[in-house]
Design a binder for this molecule. Structure first.
Ligand SMILES: [Zn+2]
Length: 313
């Protein structure tokens, strides 16, 4: 859609403050804190006309098909800027994008209030799915992850139960925790073919499985469990601005994700490559997110995880 290719500025989980408005822009003010839904469809194809923007073959996203948020400033269409609710910090605003991915997954999975949910994976999307499921009325939410640090993060952020993905008795443990039947809805957010294969059999009979992780290798599906258990498998990609992103921003007002527990490191823009990417590949840090701010001074000498919080931006 944009005709742009790498090299591009990365960064698609972005919040910021409006510094300048285009002529005739309405609904935004200078100084206003916003989260960025930088996903564009072509607007004219069969999918876009049906408001299924994520299926547009020309789809473009900031940080992938146009310059993204790892920058001091960015120019974007005003329609991509969603004002943050009062009292929501810029740090929390940066959670809007992954939370919107979770909102879409739960909507596609047809979550009904009072249901039980199992989330596979405790990265940013898994944690967001857990928090969004609670905020959207799930009665009981458990999280499965191989990393003990990640399980602790999930529990600290409000998971009703956490389970070790490497347990040889995982199937029984999941069933026992979820009313002896299994969860009504499983959200696969680990993105591994192993977790994707497992997801189908973990849902209760008649239950739904939403695949939101992106496994790089093809996996097998237990078709007998699918057919004989009348289970459903549903795919969910990214988010649509009004249905998912605006809902996620509204949910941020309920404080579903405490930055003190979500963020594993806060770093300066200049430290992104050497410090930030290194921190993202580690699994032993509490938290699931590395926040980058152009307003922090580069302090490459300080160990990751012991950096000062972002003051106001
Ligand atoms: Zn289109």
């Amino acid at each position: 859609l944009t005709g742009r290719q790498a090299p591009l500025t990365l960064g698609h989980e972005v919040s910021g403050r409006v510094t300048d408005l285009g002529r005739d822009t309405r609904g935004l003010e200078e100084g206003q804190p916003v989260a960025i839904d930088g996903l564009f469809g072509c607007g004219v194809c069969w999918w876009c006309e049906r408001h299924e923007v994520t299926l547009c073959s020309e789809i473009a996203d900031i940080g992938l098909h146009l310059d993204g948020g790892l920058a001091e400033a960015i120019t974007l269409p005003a329609t991509t800027c969603v004002p943050l609710p009062d009292g929501v910090s810029a740090e929390e605003g940066a959670f809007a994008e992954p939370l919107a991915v979770a909102v879409r997954a739960l909507r596609k999975g047809r979550l009904v209030g009072g249901e039980s949910v199992l989330v596979l994976g405790a990265g940013m999307i898994g944690i967001s799915a857990m928090a969004a499921a609670r905020a959207m009325g799930a009665r009981f939410v458990s999280v499965v992850a191989p990393s003990e640090v990640r399980r602790r993060t999930a529990a600290d952020l409000g998971a009703d139960a956490v389970l070790d993905a490497t347990s040889p008795h995982l199937d029984e443990e999941v069933r026992d925790l979820h009313d002896g039947r299994g969860p009504d809805l499983v959200v696969e957010a680990a993105g591994t073919s192993d977790a994707s294969e497992r997801a189908t059999t973990l849902a209760r009979k008649g239950g739904r499985v939403v695949m939101v992780g992106l496994p790089s290798a093809a996996g097998r599906i237990d078709y007998f469990a699918l057919v004989a258990g009348e289970r459903e498998i549903i795919g969910s990609l990214s988010h649509v601005w009004d249905e998912d992103f605006a809902t996620a921003v509204r949910l941020l007002g309920e404080r579903p994700l405490d930055p003190a527990k979500v963020v594993s490191a806060r770093i300066a823009l200049e430290d992104t490559v050497e410090v930030g990417f290194a921190a993202m590949t580690r699994r032993d840090l509490p938290g699931v997110k590395v926040l980058v701010s152009p307003w922090l001074a580069p302090t490459s000498a300080a160990p990751v995880g012991e950096r000062q919080p972002v003051a106001s931006q």
